[in-house]
Design a protein around this ligand. Sequence first.
Ligand SMILES: Nc1ncnc2c1ncn2[C@@H]1O[C@H](COP(=O)(O)OP(=O)(O)OP(=O)(O)O)[C@@H](O)[C@H]1O
Length: 226
Amino acid sequence: MMKLSEITKVYGKGSLEVPVLHGVDLTIEDGEFVAIMGPSGSGKSTLMNIIGFLDYPTSGTFELNGEKVDSAKESALARLRNEHIGFVFQQFFMFPRDNAIKNVASPLIYAGVSKRERTERAKQMLVKVGLEDRMKHLPNQLSGGQKQRVAIARALVNNPTIILADEPTGALDSKTSAQIMKLFMQLNEEGKTVIIVTHEEEIAAYAKRIITIKDGLITDDRRVAP
Ligand SMILES: Nc1ncnc2c1ncn2[C@@H]1O[C@H](COP(=O)(O)OP(=O)(O)OP(=O)(O)O)[C@@H](O)[C@H]1O
């Protein structure tokens, strides 16, 4: 469970200060499928970065599974990130010279997993996302939807509890977007907590809970009937 209380974020200092989050209270239980919506500049990515331990809040408290993490050191934050979070981004972020298996396996290098096991686990994840016939392809030999599947397999390879996806369908056509969202639904049904940032209603509609953020505050939080 994640519990954020009175979270604020101010970028910059002095006359360059940009206040972005103004006191966000948000609890996300294990196994939820949440969409965070809001206009451009409302603070969605800022909130996502804090939830994913990529950035610190300026003030407020953040608990993960009952443990206070808002003042954790950078090394502790990195550990939390590796253990709990799988990231998916709009731009895929792949190593262009590495095939799908190597891209998916890359987070395991930092986790100190042997090459043989890395390859084995990467293959399992590629099968899971439906890419068993594309394992040795390079990123430029894959379609946008296939690249995003590789990115999702990479996000899963550390067996995180939470998948955080920032505009995961932003670079995809609507048919491919629907396929990717169905994959997120499947992962959620298997027990993963899924949190996506999107500005598209049709994409948010796949989630079970839709949170709207405006000018750095949550203005709406509704659960969608199954
Ligand atoms: N590192 C930074 N330094 C200063 N200002 C920043 C920084 N990062 C973001 N901002 C500002 O914070 C505000 C919120 O940005 P954020 O990226 O969280 O919005 P968003 O809702 O994700 O927008 P979009 O939908 O356009 O991606 C914006 O006004 C942005 O200019």
